[in-house]
Write a protein that binds this ligand. Sequence first.
Ligand code: COA
Length: 167
Amino acid sequence: MSGTPDSEIVLTPLDEEALVRLLDVAVEGADPLEVLPPMDGPPGWTPERREAFLVFHRRVSLDPETATTTAWTIQVGSTIVGGARLHPVHRGKSVEIEAQVWVARWARGRGIGKWVTETLIDAAREGGGGRYVASTTTDNKAAQRLMKSVGANVDLHDGGVDSHLEI
Ligand SMILES: CC(C)(COP(=O)(O)OP(=O)(O)OC[C@H]1O[C@@H](n2cnc3c(N)ncnc32)[C@H](O)[C@@H]1OP(=O)(O)O)[C@@H](O)C(=O)NCCC(=O)NCCS
């Protein structure tokens, strides 16, 4: 599927109401490992993982006491199609901006991931720049291709794939 006009894609700051809708989209259109750090227990969207999704996003981006990450829903028109996060990590004088983007299966391959990544890179650059980084697994060719397509260096190693772009 191709041809989603850029003008239809919007990044909307995550809030509590959108988080609940985002969970529904994740359950319907993504594997837990694509959207959440790994956790113990049986695979799939168990009740524990659904709860963990909410708890995780509240902790890292919604609760002002604990937030370290800026998160958005990705919308096409009024439909949520995925999520995005930026987590700046200060290392001495330099900053690494860890990015996580996911798009629901039914919306993939339309240029949305690339548009979002380019928009996040622009936002990170406007926020002072640094090293934009994203990690994935060796079998995730879509993520590797996505990072190459925005000009990142993509390094394969035993433990996975790390991408970085100086911005
Ligand atoms: C990775 C992901 C965000 C890509 O989103 P998307 O909207 O499908 O990507 P786009 O349509 O914008 O495509 C971006 C690039 O990847 C390529 N691509 C997309 N899907 C691909 C696939 N399955 N295999 C190989 N390349 C693929 C596109 O051709 C495009 O490259 P190009 O600009 O050189 O032509 C999406 O597959 C996803 O959510 N995966 C699960 C979560 C994840 O892996 N996130 C990334 C963590 S770093």
